[in-house]
Design a protein around this ligand. Structure first.
Ligand SMILES: C[S@@+](CC[C@H](N)C(=O)[O-])C[C@H]1O[C@@H](n2cnc3c(N)ncnc32)[C@H](O)[C@@H]1O
Length: 267
């Protein structure tokens, strides 16, 4: 696909579906879009977008295709940098004040898929607060995803592209692809099957990471989940959402906006 056509498609997708493809790798996404158009049977993108506009199920399928299989270590790296530099110092200070005898952070990665998110958080904490004993809960509805997460993920080259050579040798087993994280990373995470729509939530969390999960849900369901996330956080705890996700009226859901992708529980 030509770059000019890609730019047009990206802006259509952003306008119709509120997905910002600027966050995805160009070459890979262009290939995926080309093959999706062929599979759809539509002669042109204009025909396909007309279909998407009039058929909400088709829109969901397309959205699913654009986002569902995408995961990566340090996905959207600039957001992890913001977490590390702007949010973590505050959380680490607060934990020391609130729980001086066990100042480790209490973190929940909800909808963690094959584990990239909890592995990323282990790596980040190992670099900035290695002396503390953190509690990291990682959950997903999908049994297959959780069992892959429990056995180190299994990532391709794109999915580890954001790791430095030093991080690769410190945190990944030798060999690959598929690349797996080391046992030293795995043993710091408590993996569980968990359905966000029906299972109880943990409480008193410092940080909840739930990225690219609720995008498939209706507005009512999203709002219900955000309220429950606010309840599951301690006052002042943070919710970390996906790069394309926005809570339109955070104060009605128990949050205050705290920079792109971050919301602070203010119940
Ligand atoms: C696109 S992946 C996101 C993975 C990861 N959070 C990331 O951003 O790289 C979406 C994940 O949400 C999970 N999911 C969907 N519905 C869920 C539910 N009701 N409860 C828990 N997890 C759910 C799926 O199984 C899938 O692993």
């Amino acid at each position: 696909m030509e770059m000019q056509l890609y730019q047009t498609i990206k802006s259509q997708i952003k306008q119709i579906m509120r997905i910002d493809l600027d966050h995805y790798k160009d070459e890979q996404m262009r290939r995926r879009l080309d093959s999706w158009l062929v599979r759809s049977g539509a002669p042109t993108w204009a025909d396909y977008f007309a279909r998407v506009r009039s058929d909400s199920k088709e829109m969901l399928r397309f959205r699913d295709y654009l986002t569902i299989n995408v995961t990566a270590l340090f996905r959207d790296p600039e957001r992890w940098t913001a977490l590390r530099e702007q949010v973590m110092p505050e959380l680490l200070r607060a934990a020391l004040q609130l729980r001086p005898s066990s100042p480790g952070l209490r973190i929940w990665s909800a909808g963690c898929s094959i584990g990239a998110e909890p592995y990323t958080i282990v790596m980040l904490l190992d670099e900035i607060a290695p002396q503390r004993h953190h509690t990291i809960l990682a959950t997903d509805l999908d049994k297959g995803a959780i069992s892959r997460a429990m056995s180190g993920g299994g990532f391709n080259n794109d999915e580890i592209a954001n790791l430095s050579p030093a991080q690769r040798s410190k945190y990944l087993d030798a060999g690959g692809p598929p690349y797996r994280v080391k046992q030293s990373v795995l043993k710091k995470i408590d993996f569980k099957e968990h359905n966000l729509l029906s299972d109880p939530f943990p409480t008193d969390m410092d940080l909840i990471i739930c990225r690219n999960v609720v995008i498939y849900f209706t507005t009512e369901t999203k709002d219900m989940l955000y309220r429950r996330f606010s309840q599951a956080l301690r006052p002042g705890g943070y919710l970390f959402v996906g790069a394309t996700e926005i809570l339109p009226r955070p104060q009605e859901l128990g949050f205050a906006g705290a920079g792109i992708s971050f919301y602070k529980a203010n119940k």
